[in-house]
Design a protein around this ligand. Structure first.
Ligand code: PLP
Length: 394
C-alpha cells in the first residue's frame, strides 16, 4: 500500500500554484472578427493569437473545409495506416513537402504529437539530445519519452551547444532548436547550429511552428530564410495551427526518413488521422500563404510600426523581428496587473508567467497578425503607455 493519494496531491499542487498567483484561468471565448474576440461579453482587440497571416477565418479555408466534410465526412475514422489516410491528407503532405523543399512530409494531429513522435522514433537510451534552454515543452517531453540523455544549453549559444555535444557518449546525437522561439520571438542562430551539428556529427532538427508562413521566400520558414536545405537540417517540423490558421503539424525530410518515420512514430501509428476536411482547409491555407506575399509584407510593416512606437516609449521590448513581440515585465504580479488594465481598456494581451517562462521573466506576449491595421497598433501603444504608467512605469 502506498498511502499517497495522487489526485489529492495534484489538487494540492494546483492550489499552491494558485496561492502563488500563478494559476491559469480557462476562459470561453466567443469569436468576433479576424482581430477581435468576445470575452465575458466584452469585445476585445486581440493581440494574443498566433494567426499571424489572418487565415483562421478566411473564406477560402472555410469553403474548403465544408466542401471536404461533405465529401469525406467529419472524422478520418481510423489511424492513417489503417484506413484514415484520405486524398486531402495526401495532397496536403505533397504541398507541404514542395513548399519546404523536401522529398516528403508526414502529418500529425498536433505539433505536440509530431515532436514527441519524431524524437521517440529517432532517439533511444544511449543517445543524446542537445536542446536550447528555451525550446518548446513538447521537444523536451519528446527527448524524455525517448529515454535518451537530455542536455540543454543557454539560449541561442552555439558554442555552448557544441560543448554539450562534445559531452555526449558514443550513441546517436541530435541537436534540436525552435526556429523562432515561441515566447521570445527571436530566431535561432540556424546557420551556426547547422555547422555545429555537421562538425559534431549530430542530426539537426528545427521546430518551425512560428516561422512557417512568416519567414523566408514564399513563407517557407526560418530554415529556408537561413539558406539551409534538407542535408543541413534533415528533420524539419512545423505546425499548421499558427500562421496557417488551422490545426495539425508535419515532419518533412528525405523520402527514406519519412517512410521509416511513418512506421515508428507511435503518435502517428496509434492515433486517429486528423479530419480530412481539416487537411483540405490547411491545403487552401498553404496555397494562400505561399502566394499572398502582401500578408507577410503587411505583418513586417506592423511589426516595425509597433517596435518604433514601443521604443519611443521606452517599453521593455525583447529583440525580435517576428510577429511575436514580448514586453519583458519581470514579475508575474505586475505583468498580470498590466494585462488586466489592458483588458479593461478593450485589449486582449495575455500575461505569460512561470512555468511557461523562467522565474523573473514574466511578460506580455504581444502578437501581431496581417489582419491588424496601423490604427490597431496605435491604439494598443496608447493603452500600453497608460497601463504601464498606472503600474509602476516602463
Ligand atoms: C505551438 C507549438 C508546438 C505545438 O503545436 P500544437 O499543434 O499546438 O500542438 C510545438 N512547438 C512549438 C515551437 C510551438 O510553438
Amino acid at each position: 500500500m502506498s498511502g499517497v493519494d495522487v489526485i489529492a496531491r495534484l489538487v494540492a499542487a494546483a492550489e499552491s500554484r494558485a496561492r502563488d498567483g500563478l494559476g491559469r484561468r480557462l476562459r470561453t471565448i466567443a469569436n468576433g472578427d479576424p482581430t477581435h474576440v468576445i470575452v465575458d461579453g466584452r469585445r476585445l482587440l486581440n493581440f494574443s493569437s498566433n494567426d499571424y497571416l489572418g487565415l483562421a477565418g478566411h473564406p477560402a479555408l472555410v469553403a474548403a473545409l465544408k466542401q471536404a466534410a461533405g465529401e469525406h465526412g467529419v472524422g478520418a475514422t481510423a489511424a492513417s495506416l489503417v484506413c484514415g489516410h484520405r486524398r486531402p491528407h495526401a495532397e496536403l503532405e505533397e504541398a507541404l513537402a514542395d513548399w519546404t523543399g523536401r522529398d516528403r512530409a508526414l502529418l500529425f494531429s498536433t505539433g505536440y504529437a509530431a515532436n514527441v513522435g519524431v524524437m521517440q522514433a529517432l532517439l533511444a537510451a544511449g543517445d543524446c539530445c542537445v536542446q536550447d534552454r528555451l525550446n518548446h515543452a513538447s521537444l523536451i517531453d519528446g527527448a524524455r519519452l525517448a529515454g535518451c540523455a537530455l542536455r540543454r544549453y543557454p539560449h541561442a549559444d552555439v558554442e555552448a551547444a557544441r560543448r554539450q555535444l562534445a559531452l555526449c557518449e558514443d550513441g546517436g546525437a541530435m541537436l534540436v532548436s525552435d526556429g523562432v522561439f515561441s515566447m521570445d520571438g527571436d530566431i535561432a542562430p540556424l546557420a551556426g547550429l547547422a555547422s555545429c551539428a555537421a562538425e559534431m556529427e549530430a542530426t539537426l532538427m528545427v521546430d518551425d511552428a512560428h516561422g512557417l508562413g512568416v519567414l523566408g521566400a514564399e513563407g517557407a520558414g526560418s530554415v529556408v530564410e537561413a539558406g539551409l536545405d534538407a542535408s543541413q537540417v534533415p528533420v524539419l517540423m512545423a505546425t499548421l495551427g499558427k500562421a496557417l490558421g488551422t490545426a495539425g503539424a508535419f515532419v518533412a525530410g528525405d523520402g527514406d526518413f519519412i517512410t521509416a518515420l511513418a512506421q515508428f512514430a507511435r503518435s502517428h501509428v496509434y492515433s486517429t488521422a486528423p479530419p480530412p476536411a481539416l487537411a483540405a482547409a490547411a491545403l487552401a491555407a498553404v496555397s494562400i500563404a505561399r502566394r499572398e506575399q502582401w500578408r507577410r509584407e503587411r505583418l513586417a510593416a506592423l511589426v516595425e510600426h509597433f517596435r518604433n512606437g514601443a521604443q519611443a516609449m521606452d517599453l521593455p521590448l525583447l529583440p525580435s523581428r517576428t510577429p511575436i513581440q514580448p514586453l519583458l515585465l519581470g514579475g508575474a504580479e505586475r505583468t498580470v496587473a498590466v494585462s488586466t488594465a489592458l483588458e479593461r481598456d478593450g485589449f486582449l494581451v495575455v500575461a505569460i508567467r512561470p512555468p511557461t517562462v523562467p522565474a523573473g521573466r514574466a511578460r506580455l506576449r504581444i502578437t501581431l497578425t496581417a489582419a491588424h491595421d496601423f490604427g490597431d497598433v496605435d491604439k494598443l501603444l496608447r493603452a500600453l503607455a497608460k497601463a504601464m504608467r498606472d503600474n509602476g512605469g516602463p
